[in-house]
Design a protein around this ligand. Structure first.
Ligand SMILES: Nc1ncnc2c1ncn2[C@@H]1O[C@H](COP(=O)(O)OP(=O)(O)O)[C@@H](O)[C@H]1O
Ligand SMILES: O=P(O)(O)OC[C@H]1O[C@](O)(COP(=O)(O)O)[C@@H](O)[C@@H]1O
Ligand SMILES: [Mg+2]
Length: 538
């Protein structure tokens, strides 16, 4: 690859004159093919630039596609249909004839454009892990008339689901002239248990103004064989799957089964979660909307608390394992005196405890606002309430209601204190926040995610999730977004900013802080392996 003519030179010469049939463009295309159409026979034995994970003492992951470059550069690439169907034909991208895009100077992304995962670096660092940049390619692996796409939404609701559906349908139709698109009803089980809905630009025209998902959603019901049988029977060849971490795990096994059967079907994930807990990506769509909407509940709590003697406004926000909504809503509002999240354990009684802080705030300010993420304090409730460990049909932990429990605990505490009145108002806006349509910035974000997904599938990529990494749209292998969950790091500066803005106690001893720092440094198996790649790449 290194002995080829300079890619940058070819790309520039070919794209500056934007003549897709020029000799330079042809050479560029040949060059691109040499980069993208890696003849991969799992586990990638034939390709010297790909490392087999088994060499590094890991179970081989079938969608593990690592390309090394100079100076410690690593591309964590996504699968391509030609990895297992090497003779697939390809075609010029119909976008080159699309009048709307004709004025764009460099519309097609360079085939070797990648985006670094880590952007803060020091001068001697290896270049590190990169992901393939999303966007339209010069050649596509589907002819528009042959495409039969389907879209499914799974898991909990999130603002923006309808926008993504709309933009998938309109993008496929406007950019690539695809007219056959099916909506799968009611989540994964809809593949085999429900009817499909034909989706057209007319049908989806207004849906972004509504919350929820026009396709419906569900938890549980993932039956890989039945789902893939259905995809195969219907002749679907592009599957767009919108959902959170559970959904992406489901998408990964669907992709594996499709690859095992050798089907020419692209499987693309679009990450959704209001909790913003999906790994690698900058943030998930709907998160901004949720933080904005949470302000309304916090404002109401503040007004209520201010209007009575020693008023406490308590607001519960979503966040099963991660307190991002609570943290950002608190930072944005400036009316919040205390924010409680799953990542930061707290306690009620005694020195440095929540009750002591509440009393102090009421004495100083005569009112206060507390924001609690639904996953916070679960261990405390479990200690005092006889609880069963319950799960939802997807296997997610069912939470005990921290909002009601904390309200009662605070009321009981002040009932015991004869000399201090207190008025508590509890607001639970969780489902109201999740059910609204996305705001303007999330709408644009959803559009770009949908377009990235379409460009990737049309270009023959498969087994990937689209996502924003350091502000650039990328294609990320499924396992990278499912292997770990994003959580608020309480030893990071952002949580310190929150503590300093609310003035709340950290509820942590020096020992807890040390432990939290150590836990943060605990490498996972994959991080270990990535580090060993880095180390070997100087
Ligand atoms: N490990 C898994 N393998 C296959 N499918 C899964 C897995 N985890 C969850 N799913 C499926 O993904 C769908 C959504 O999962 P869920 O956890 O409810 O929501 P989310 O995708 O938002 O996290 C469900 O239909 C569930 O059965
Ligand atoms: O009541 P439901 O619909 O099961 O959803 C509750 C959960 O959904 C969430 O919004 C996250 O959902 P997902 O995992 O589906 O993204 C959590 O914050 C919340 O605990
Ligand atoms: Mg989830």
């Amino acid at each position: 690859m290194e002995s080829s003519p300079s890619f940058a030179t070819l790309a520039q010469e070919a794209l500056v004159d934007s003549d897709f049939d020029s000799p330079n463009s042809r050479r560029l295309f040949d060059f691109q093919n040499s980069l993208t159409c890696i003849k991969v026979t799992p586990p990638f034995r034939d390709y010297p630039k790909l490392r087999s994970p088994s060499r590094m003492g890991l179970e081989p992951k079938p969608d593990f596609k690592i390309v090394e470059g100079d100076y410690g550069y690593i591309l964590e690439d996504v699968p391509h249909l030609t990895d297992y169907l090497p003779d697939l034909p390809n075609f010029p991208n119909p976008l080159q004839d699309n009048p709307s895009y004709s004025a764009v100077k460099q519309y097609f992304v360079n085939a070797d454009d990648t985006v670094p995962q880590k952007i803060v670096v020091q001068k001697n660092n290896p270049r590190g892990v990169h992901f393939r940049r999303a966007g339209p390619r010069q050649r596509v692996y589907f002819e528009s008339d042959d495409v039969l796409a389907c879209i499914v939404t799974c898991g909990g609701l999130c603002p923006g689901l309808n926008t993504v559906i709309r933009e998938l349908v309109c993008g496929l139709s406007d950019m690539y002239g695809v007219s056959r698109i099916l909506g799968i009803e009611g989540g994964y089980r809809g593949f085999y248990a429900r009817n499909t809905i034909p989706l057209t630009p007319k049908f989806v025209n207004d849906i972004h103004k509504r919350g929820g998902t026009v396709l419906g959603t569900s938890r549980g019901g993932h039956d890989t064989m039945k789902i893939v049988d259905n995809i195969q029977d219907r002749g679907v060849n592009q599957v767009y799957i919108i959902g959170g971490d559970g959904t992406q795990k489901g998408a990964a096994v669907i992709f594996e089964e499709i690859r095992r059967r050798g089907l020419e079907v692209a499987v693309v994930g679009i990450p959704k979660t209001i909790d913003n807990d999906i790994a690698v990506i900058d943030k998930s769509f709907g998160f901004d909307t949720a933080v904005e909407e949470a302000q309304r509940a916090i404002n109401a709590a503040h007004v209520e608390a201010e209007s009575v003697e020693n008023g406490i406004g308590l607001v519960k926000l979503m966040g099963r394992y991660s307190g991002f909504i609570a943290m950002y809503a608190t930072l944005a509002s400036r009316d919040v005196d205390c924010c409680l999240i799953p990542e930061s354990p707290f306690y009620l009684e005694g020195k440095g405890g929540l009750f002591e802080y509440i009393e102090k705030r009421l004495k100083e300010n005569e009112h206060m606002v507390i924001v609690v993420a639904e996953g916070a304090g679960q261990d405390l409730i479990a200690e005092s309430v006889r609880s069963m460990h319950n799960e939802d049909p997807s296997g997610n932990m069912l939470l005990l209601d921290i909002g009601l429990w904390l309200s009662q605990k605070i009321k009981d505490h002040f009932a015991r204190k004869q000399n201090m009145v207190m008025n508590l108002k509890y607001i639970d806006p969780t489902y109201m926040i999740r059910a609204i349509p996305s705001n303007a910035s999330d709408n644009v974000y959803c559009t770009l995610l949908a377009h990235s997904a379409i460009h990737g599938a049309m270009a023959g990529y498969t087994g990937f999730t689209v996502g924003l990494v350091n502000g650039r749209h990328t294609y990320i292998p499924f396992h990278r977004v499912t292997e770990k969950r994003n959580r608020v790091v309480i030893t990071d500066r952002m949580w310190a900013r929150l503590l300093s803005s609310t003035n709340q106690p950290s509820f942590l001893s020096a020992k807890d802080i040390e432990e939290a720092k150590k836990a943060q440094q605990q490498p996972t198996q994959l991080l270990d392996e990535r580090k060993s790649l880095d180390d070997g790449c100087h």
